[in-house]
Design a protein around this ligand. Structure first.
Ligand SMILES: NC(=O)c1ccc[n+]([C@@H]2O[C@H](COP(=O)([O-])OP(=O)(O)OC[C@H]3O[C@@H](n4cnc5c(N)ncnc54)[C@H](O)[C@@H]3O)[C@@H](O)[C@H]2O)c1
Length: 318
């Protein structure tokens, strides 16, 4: 069985490639040729109420592969100088059931989450989007920057993090890779997001913090950070104000606090969801209609994304 390390995943799967792999993945998922089971996301009974263990299975078809991502999310790992998300994707051959590869899941999650956001951004953000705001400057911030640079002509990157030191360190690292970009470290949330073209929420916040009033007309938001029914980043009023798209109806309506909380409050209905990424990719629904509307892509993350990336890497290395 092949073992693929973090560095090998990064070498084999560029952001440009991963956006195409995700486009094919959402096309296949929408057409029903690949499938996933509801994932198991357990908060560990360690009394801390925040450390997560998740098992995410998916099947890509008879002549392809199947398997699962098995991953943990320990938000405090940074203080130990460790990544917050670690685990493996285990890949099996659909023709004989043999395990063929164990692939670093932290690297796959890092890349595929941002690739999915970039794919959605390509349908939903204004063509000439040049200001990107990253809320949260952890692991996902760097991959979101790289992936969104593949689809929009970004010139200015504003960042905001509750941890100012993390934001400053992030800018120092990113500025070295991208001298052409202007980075702004904002210690004010409103200033960070106002008149921004694309906002990515990339935090493990338990409480909604992004206000409707802060967001200007024409902004596209990728709401990525939270994926349990009781946690969220966007206030209900913002969800009501925006045109909401999701990664998958079944998963979002079970897991997305951004969606489920305003629905429970009676402020939103399931029917207010404009469409899924699969529907965008297959032209069943339209993306941005004008330069005024606020669009929101709310993603909880799907097992099919991990398995499609794992298959792509395995086939490349074989
Ligand atoms: N939807 C998906 O598919 C998907 C995939 C991967 C990760 N995630 C989630 O995305 C989030 C970010 O992931 P990561 O790996 O970058 O995490 P991380 O722990 O590396 O970084 C999170 C950063 O957010 C900051 N932060 C926390 N609360 C904040 C707030 N209210 N405002 C501003 N900054 C705040 C922290 O200081 C930290 O720097 C996590 O919650 C993770 O579980 C979602």
């Amino acid at each position: 069985m092949k073992q693929v390390s973090y560095d090998e995943v990064i070498e084999q799967l560029s952001f440009k490639e991963s956006i195409q792999v995700m486009k094919d993945c959402f096309n296949d998922h929408e057409n029903g040729t690949i499938a996933q089971r509801e994932r198991m996301v357990e908060i560990l009974p360690d009394g801390k109420d925040k450390n997560i263990f998740a098992l995410m299975p998916a099947y890509l078809g008879e002549k392809r592969y199947f398997g699962a991502k098995i991953i943990t999310a320990f938000p405090d790992n940074h203080s130990l100088n460790l990544p917050s998300h670690v685990g493996e994707v285990m890949l099996f051959d659909s023709q004989n059931g043999l395990p063929v590869a164990l692939i670093n899941a932290n690297a796959i999650t890092w890349i595929r989450t941002a690739a999915v956001s970039a794919l959605a951004t390509n349908f939903l953000a204004k063509e000439d989007s040049s200001i990107l705001t990253l809320l949260g400057t952890g692991q996902q911030a760097s991959s979101h920057l790289e992936a969104i640079l593949c689809v929009r002509p970004i010139k200015v990157v504003r960042v905001y993090d509750l941890n100012q030191k993390a934001a400053a360190a992030f800018i120092e690292r990113m500025q070295a890779n991208h001298p052409e970009l202007e980075f702004i470290n904002s210690n004010n949330l409103r200033e960070a997001v106002e008149h921004s073209d694309i906002v990515c929420t990339l935090t493990p916040s338990k409480e909604a913090f992004l206000e409707a009033d802060f967001i200007s007309a024409g902004t596209h938001i990728n709401a990525i950070g939270t994926f349990t029914p009781t946690t969220r980043e966007l206030k209900s009023e913002l969800m009501v104000k925006g045109k909401v798209y999701i990664d998958d109806y079944e998963a979002a309506l079970k897991e997305s606090g951004d969606l489920l909380i305003p629905i429970a409050e009676g402020l939103m209905k399931e029917e207010n969801i404009v469409g899924s990424l699969g529907e965008l990719v297959t032209d069943k629904v339209a993306g941005r209609a004008n330069i005024e509307e606020i669009t929101i892509f709310d993603a909880v993350g799907l097992a099919v994304e991990d398995l499609c990336c794992a298959e792509y890497i395995y086939k490349k290395l074989k």
